[in-house]
Design a protein around this ligand. Structure first.
Ligand code: ADP
Ligand code: GN1
Ligand code: MG
Length: 355
């Protein structure tokens, strides 16, 4: 029996699975939950050990997911299917929490946008997802992580970690610290505009990286938006921007060789064609104008979050080696700097698409 069978076999047995479990192994590249592929004699499932350090209200979180997935499947849209426990609950609640989804077969997730059409299709799917969420009653949603994309608050957390420098790591990342500190004046635009009402508050996904969407393995079309843990009120800038942050790069999020990491404006254009095409009836002028800024903001915010976690001893994001968060931070800083230099071209692309 494999170690994973030993560790998770009894957990899997508490869910309504078809067939006998034959194998359990780690799966995917997520940074937050522990994700396992469970194979039975009949089918495959995803078992997740939920991260209750990051998401402290698992009841509220699972109520969000059940509500949104029911809303989507009632409209015939492919989505995650929550497999109940044998006592009819949506997850196992205890010191450790677990949930199970059907494994969505014949799909792939990409860690980079190696195919421009796949990236365009993902933009269309996230835009359509935004439209479906617009029909969802926001008052039914729990805010699963407070102030998730409140960049000024993220900056305050960064400064607190820097001040503490608990692991004496600040000395290894002076250049990165300087970059984050020197860009403070750019962090407030989205939050200020949400506060003064010039940007509409919508229900958004908030974590729209390319590996949070399942693409059809054969056609390259999008099949299902996944990782629904962070669905809550937010801005379109967050969803558009986070996809660009991750996908409009020529390299992986944790590429060590920065000479390989560049912001690719053709990938930006392809994603924007897909996304803006889908939301053209609801996007406001101000949102359209700020999409390039949103891309930059999500990128520098993520860089700041990786650096904060590095300084604080790697307690938030899953890491594979010491310094992993610093490597990730460096790619984000490089991308943010390249985006900053291309705002005008990016704005023109959006204007032309929406004209
Ligand atoms: P995390 O919150 O840690 O990012 P995710 O829910 O995104 O966890 O899952 C991690 C990875 O597992 C995804 O990127 C995807 O590759 C895969 N995955 C998750 N759910 C499914 C599913 N229902 N069917 C197929 N693959 C899945
Ligand atoms: C995390 O859960 P995952 O791996 O899809 C994080 C995102 C970051 C991303 C960086 C809940 O996403 O906010 O942008 O890592 N999710 C959470 O890759 O913090
Ligand atoms: Mg994920």
């Amino acid at each position: 029996m494999s170690d994973y069978m030993k560790e998770y076999g009894a957990v899997a047995a508490q869910f309504c699975l078809e067939g006998e479990v034959t194998e359990i192994c780690p799966y995917g590249e997520g940074h937050i939950n522990v994700t396992l592929l469970v194979t039975t004699t009949k089918k495959r499932y995803i078992l997740q050990k939920m991260n209750t350090h990051v998401f402290p209200d698992p009841d509220g979180l699972m109520a969000n997911i059940c509500g949104v997935t029911e809303h989507l499947s009632a409209r015939g849209i492919e989505t995650l299917n929550v497999v109940p426990t044998k006592d009819g609950k949506s997850f196992i609640k205890g010191d450790v929490c677990y949930r199970v989804y059907d494994f969505i077969e014949d799909t792939v997730t990409y860690q980079t946008a190696s195919d421009i059409n796949v990236f365009r299709n993902s933009g269309k799917a996230f835009g359509e997802f935004q439209n479906y969420l617009a029909e969802f009653d926001a008052s039914k949603l729990t805010e699963t992580i407070k102030r998730f994309h409140d960049t000024p608050n993220r900056f305050a957390n960064f400064k607190a970690a820097l001040e503490k420098d608990e692991f004496n790591r600040a000395k290894d990342c002076q250049k990165e610290i300087e970059f984050i500190l020197s860009h403070e004046s750019t962090y407030g635009i989205a939050m200020d505009s949400l506060k003064d009402g010039s940007l509409p508050l919508r229900v958004t996904h908030n974590d729209t990286k390319l590996n949070n969407i399942l693409m059809d393995a054969k056609s390259g079309e999008a099949r299902a938006v996944i990782d629904l843990d962070t669905i809550m009120p937010g801005s379109m800038l967050f969803d558009f921007g986070d996809s660009i942050r991750f996908g409009a790069s020529t390299a992986a999020e944790d590429e060590k060789d920065l000479s390989k990491v560049h912001f690719d404006i053709n990938l930006f254009k392809a994603y924007a064609e897909g996304y803006c095409g889908a939301v053209k009836d609801s996007i406001t002028d101000k949102e359209a104008e700020l999409l390039p800024y949103g891309s930059y903001l999500m990128t520098i915010e993520c860089g700041m979050r990786f650096l904060t976690d590095y300084l604080a001893g790697d307690t938030y994001f899953a890491t594979k080696y010491e310094g992993h968060n610093l490597v990730r931070c460096r790619t984000q800083i490089q991308l943010a700097a390249e985006m900053e230099a291309q705002f005008e071209e990016m704005k023109k692309i959006i204007r032309d698409i929406l004209a």
